[in-house]
Every structure is written in structure tokens, then in C-alpha cells.
Design a protein around this ligand. Structure first.
Ligand code: 8X3
Length: 250
């Protein structure tokens, strides 16, 4: 039977690459993001492969999250797979120099946004004793590095929530997994460094970083295991990266 996936942060990076691989594998898509034009383009592009609908909202706006999800048309309301992907790093400073606005943004989007979306969608899964939640964490969910402080804390929260969801949803037969990527070459560093493209580029210089499609491929692998198989979590590094800070650059 055709499955329906709900993807947050679908307009770029890992979310977009996941939408692409899901579409090509005939999964019906609900694509969510803040940027309407990008959502429309993606709907047009992926609509050749599968049914696609879009929801424009900011995951950190709780009213907008519930209004958008409650507005889903009947043929998209039966959600099988939730990809909690929306999230970003804002700033790269010591704790003593960090910006409170950056901290708020990371906690609001990476933690509270993930919770709001999950809260809106989980009842659709518990009522049918079926569903799959994939939380996109980070190696920052497992480790802490200099200047990563609040970003690392927000991703540690994602790791904790991933475990908590698996425990609380166990009796509902719902699968819960996390993927924790290392360096993925996306707009991630542009956002972290607030448009300082030189700094952002230098993050991926001198080695082959992961690509968004590499992570999307792994997400697709995870969701296509037989239903009795649940991959708890996966930490994925580029071969050149041994830890958040040890990189074999040429
Ligand atoms: C992205 C990887 O190393 O910048 O979450 O935290 S890292």
C-alpha cells in the first residue's frame, strides 16, 4: 500500500534530498517549509513521480503548526512516516559570547519545533497502531565541541526525545529512529556563520563531505526495513571525519 510521508524542512538540504528519494520510490509527500516558492517548485518537480502537497509554516510557531496540519486534505491525512528534519545552527561562539537570539532560535526550532510537529502528528499514528518517526539529530547530539554549546544542547535534546518517543510509543507499535550526521555540505554552515560564505566554505574544504543525498539514502534504507526491524539510531560521518573536530584535510 502506498505510504504517506510528512517532511519538515523540505525546501533544502537533507529534507529536500529525502523528498526526492521518497518521490522516486512512490511515497506520497507532504512537504513543509517556510519558503512558499521553493515548496511550489518542489511540488511541481516531484509531482511527476508521486502525489505531493505542501504546507507553509514555521515549526517554531505552535499555532501555525497545528493550523497547517489540521488543514491537510483527507487524502493526505493518513500519515505513515514523519521526518523531523527542520533544524539549524545559529552562530558559533563561546557560551560567554553567545547571542541570546541565536539560542532562542535553536531551542525554538530544533527542540520546540520538533515537539510541536510530533504532538500534532503522533495521534494520527497511535490511533492506528502504526507509524514511523525519523528524527534528524547530529553528531552534536552525541558530542560537544568548542563553540557548539547551545546547538549541541539542542541536538542532545533531540537524542533524548528520540529515546523518549521510542519508550512512550512502544505499546503503539510505532517505530522511532534517529540519524546523526557529521559534516554534510548544505546551507547549514551559511546559516551558522550568518552568510559569511568564506567561513562556510572552509568547513567543507580539503575533504569530501557528506552530501544531502547520502543522508537521504540512509533515511530511505531505515524506513524500508521490514516492519519488525527498528534501527535505533545511526551516526554517519564522512570518511575524512573522525570526530566533530578531527578532519583529514588535504
Ligand atoms: C552538523 C554537524 O559537526 O556541525 O550537525 O555539529 S556539526
Amino acid at each position: 500500500m502506498k505510504q504517506t510521508a510528512f517532511i519538515t524542512g523540505a525546501t533544502s538540504g537533507i529534507g529536500k534530498a529525502t523528498a526526492e528519494i521518497f518521490a522516486k520510490n512512490n511515497i506520497r509527500l507532504i512537504l513543509c517549509g517556510r519558503r512558499k516558492e521553493r515548496l511550489q517548485e518542489l511540488q511541481k518537480e516531484l509531482g511527476q513521480f508521486t502525489e505531493v502537497t505542501t504546507l507553509q509554516f514555521d515549526v517554531s510557531n505552535k499555532e501555525a503548526v497545528f493550523t497547517a496540519i489540521n488543514s491537510l486534505p483527507e487524502n493526505f491525512s493518513n500519515i505513515d512516516i514523519l521526518i523531523n528534519n527542520a533544524g539549524n545552527a545559529h552562530g558559533f561562539s563561546t557560551i560567554q559570547n553567545g547571542s541570546i537570539d541565536d539560542w532562542d532560535a535553536m531551542i525554538d526550532i530544533n527542540v520546540k519545533g520538533l515537539l510541536y510537529v510530533s504532538k500534532a502528528i503522533i495521534p494520527k499514528m497511535t490511533e492506528k497502531n502504526h507509524g514511523f518517526i525519523v528524527n534528524i539529530g547530529s553528531i552534536a547530539a552525541k558530542d560537544v565541541y568548542a563553540n557548539g554549546n547551545v546547538y549541541c544542547a539542542s541536538k542532545h535534546a533531540v537524542n533524548a526525545l528520540n529515546k523518549a518517543m521510542r519508550i512512550d510509543l512502544n505499546k503503539y507499535n510505532i517505530r522511532v529512529s534517529a540519524i546523526h550526521p557529521g559534516a554534510v555540505e548544505t546551507a547549514f554552515s551559511d546559516i551558522r556563520f550568518k552568510g559569511d560564505t568564506e567561513k562556510a566554505k572552509s568547513v567543507y574544504a580539503g575533504y569530501k563531505a557528506l552530501q544531502a543525498a547520502d543522508i537521504a539514502d540512509i533515511i530511505h534504507f531505515v524506513i524500508t526495513r521490514p516492519y519488525h526491524v527498528n534501527i535505533e539510531d545511526l551516526v554517519v560521518y564522512p570518511t575524512a571525519q573522525a570526530t566533530p573536530t578531527i578532519l583529514n584535510r588535504k
